[in-house]
Each structure stands twice: as structure tokens, then as C-alpha cells.
Design a protein around this ligand. Structure first.
Ligand code: CP
Ligand code: NVA
Length: 311
């Protein structure tokens, strides 16, 4: 059966840990799994903008010996009425794997239903699993293990938050989420992760008090207040989220060893201050770098079925 990455559920605990192991090996070895998939072709469809995901996947493809083929919606017949199913069938004849960034999670799932190659979710309105892999890699580099960790997520219960919730459930760390009322993460994602926490440890806490979430945290994570596709809500959200800014005062409530994480792009001055972004606790550039290793490991494993280079 073709393996995909639709959400972190596609990997589960063992798949995430295997990805981190291989990504760590790649990083230690200088970054590239050179020619692990010689002659491979990695398609990349972006229905929304991207800096990190596009460049890290293209670099990952190159590192693996694959040709990256990046496509924008106005370059595809999909936008002119060709069905997702037919697109999946055709692209499967040319490509070795296909990553897609789009709006509706159902579109990624439909592609996967008809494709005979691995489909990778490169962000939807509901999930950002590739980001969460780099996030947990960064946490592990800093703290060594997940059990006992407390991560605070401050802001919108969005795609990045959802994937982090799934990661917490599989890896057994505590995620304390603080959002304005009405901007909580989806209940079914929270409930499924809580069931996993009962097996793996940790917990998912929900609340509206940023200080309570940040208190004693080992990491404070935030993301933009208005995600891609929510541009028209930007002003309203700026008002509603005004109390959900990560600043030095909030960081001071966290544990003394606490780090700051952000998937980026950041809207400096909104969800995070310059002082925190550029301060000594910030690990955001390492986090962004780790996208490259986790994505190489991901594509390698999905395409070859192997969890170790040459293994
Ligand atoms: N974090 C992330 O996915 O960034 P891009 O939108 O730049 O790809
Ligand atoms: N929540 C953000 C993440 C960007 C990487 C968005 O969807 O725009």
C-alpha cells in the first residue's frame, strides 16, 4: 500500500520517532542523503505562498538525488476544471512523490485516494505535519526527551496548533494551549490526542489565560494571528488576539531553560516581539533549518519504505 503523510496520524508514534532518528543522522552527517533516490522526481504543488516549505523541499529533493518540480495553481489544468482524481492518476505516472500545500484537507486526501505515489501534506487549513516534525526535532535537540516536557502554544488554534497537538499525543508531552474564546483547536483533534496521551503520557490543556499556559513551560510556541486565507479577518483578529503576544514578560514566566519556537513567517510586533524573536531563548532559525532534514527523511521513508539509509 502506498504510504502518505496526510496528518501526523499517517506516521503515528513509531513513524515520528523513526523520522526524527533519520533526520538526526542526516544532520549529523552534514545534511544530505546524497543520491538515496537517484532519478526520483518530487512534485510540489503550492496553492498558497511558501518560503520555507518550498525551498526546504526543493533542497531535500536535491539532497536525495531527486528532481524537484514546483507547480503553482495557475500552471496546472486543475484550476481549469481537471479533476483532482485525474490529476493524481496522471502525476503518478511521472513523479516519485508529490507534496501539496492547499486550503482544504479533503483535497489532499482525495489526491492520496487516487495517486499511486506518496502524497505529502505541505500545509492545509487544518494541518501542517511537516512543520510539527521540525518542531519536535528542535525540542528533542534541546531537551533530549519528550516525557515531562511542557510546551505552551499561545494564539490561534490553527493548522500548526493541530499538528502540534497530534505530536504531543504521540510523543507524550504536555501542550498547554491558550487561545481567545472561539479560536480553540478542533475538539476532535484534541480528543484523539488526549486518548494518545493516556497511552504515551503528557496532556492537552485548553484555556484562555496566556500566563497560566506559559507558567513553568519548557517551550513557548506561537504562530500568526491570521493564517493564509484569513486575510480579510486580519484587523478583527488583531483586536481579538492583542493579549496573546509572546513578549519578554511572558517568557519570564516560563522555566529558566525555556526556548521560544515559531513556525515562521512571524509578524513581528503582533504575536511576538523583536526582543523574543531575536533573544537568546529563540530557536526559530534552528527550527526552520530542521525542516530540511525531517523532509529528506520523510520523502526517503515514504518512497523506499526504509527507515534507515541503505537499511
Ligand atoms: N513554516 C512554513 O511552513 O513556512 P512557509 O509558509 O514559508 O513554507
Ligand atoms: N498558520 C499559518 C502557518 C504558516 C506556515 C498559516 O496557515 O498561514
Amino acid at each position: 500500500m502506498t504510504r502518505h503523510l496526510l496528518t501526523l496520524d499517517s506516521l503515528g508514534r513509531e513513524g515520528i520517532l523513526a523520522n526524527l532518528h533519520l533526520a538526526g543522522d542526516l544532520k549529523a552527517a552534514g545534511g544530505m542523503a546524497r543520491d538515496a533516490i537517484p532519478g526520483g522526481r518530487l512534485g510540489l504543488i503550492f496553492d498558497k505562498p511558501s518560503t520555507r516549505t518550498r525551498v526546504s523541499f526543493e533542497a531535500a529533493a536535491w539532497g536525495l538525488g531527486m528532481l524537484p518540480i514546483t507547480l503553482r495553481p495557475d500552471e496546472l489544468q486543475l484550476g481549469r476544471g481537471e479533476t483532482v482524481a485525474d490529476t493524481a492518476r496522471v502525476l503518478s505516472r511521472y513523479l516519485t512523490a508529490l507534496a501539496i500545500r492547499t486550503f482544504d484537507q479533503a483535497r489532499v486526501e482525495e489526491l492520496a485516494r487516487y495517486a499511486t505515489i506518496p502524497i505529502i501534506n505541505a500545509l492545509t487549513d487544518d494541518h501542517h505535519p511537516c512543520q510539527a516534525l521540525a518542531d519536535v526535532m528542535t525540542l528533542r535537540e534541546e531537551f533530549g526527551e519528550f516525557v515531562g516536557l511542557r510546551v505552551a502554544f499561545i494564539g490561534d488554534g490553527n493548522n500548526v496548533c493541530h499538528s502540534l497537538i497530534q505530536a504531543a499525543g504521540y510523543l507524550g508531552f504536555t501542550l498547554a494551549i491558550s487561545t481567545p474564546e472561539g479560536y480553540e483547536p478542533k475538539a476532535e483533534i484534541v480528543e484523539a490526542a488526549r486518548a494518545n496521551c493516556r497511552i504515551n503520557g503528557g496532556s492537552i490543556e485548553l484555556g484562555h489565560d496566556v500566563r497560566a499556559a506559559a507558567k513553568g513551560a519548557d517551550a513557548i510556541y506561537t504562530d500568526v494571528w491570521a493564517s493564509m486565507g484569513q486575510e480579510t479577518e486580519r484587523q478583527e483578529r488583531a483586536r481579538i488576539f492583542a493579549g496573546y503576544r509572546v513578549d519578554a514578560e511572558l517568557m519570564a514566566l516560563a522555566a529558566s531553560r525555556a526556548i521560544f519556537l515559531h513556525c515562521l513567517p512571524a509578524h513581528r510586533g503582533d504575536e511576538v516581539t523583536d526582543e523574543v524573536m531575536d533573544g537568546p531563548q529563540s530557536r526559530v532559525w534552528d527550527e526552520a533549518e530542521n525542516r530540511w532534514y525531517t523532509e529528506q527523511a520523510l520523502v526517503y521513508t515514504l518512497v523506499t519504505g526504509k527507515e534507515r539509509l541503505g537499511g
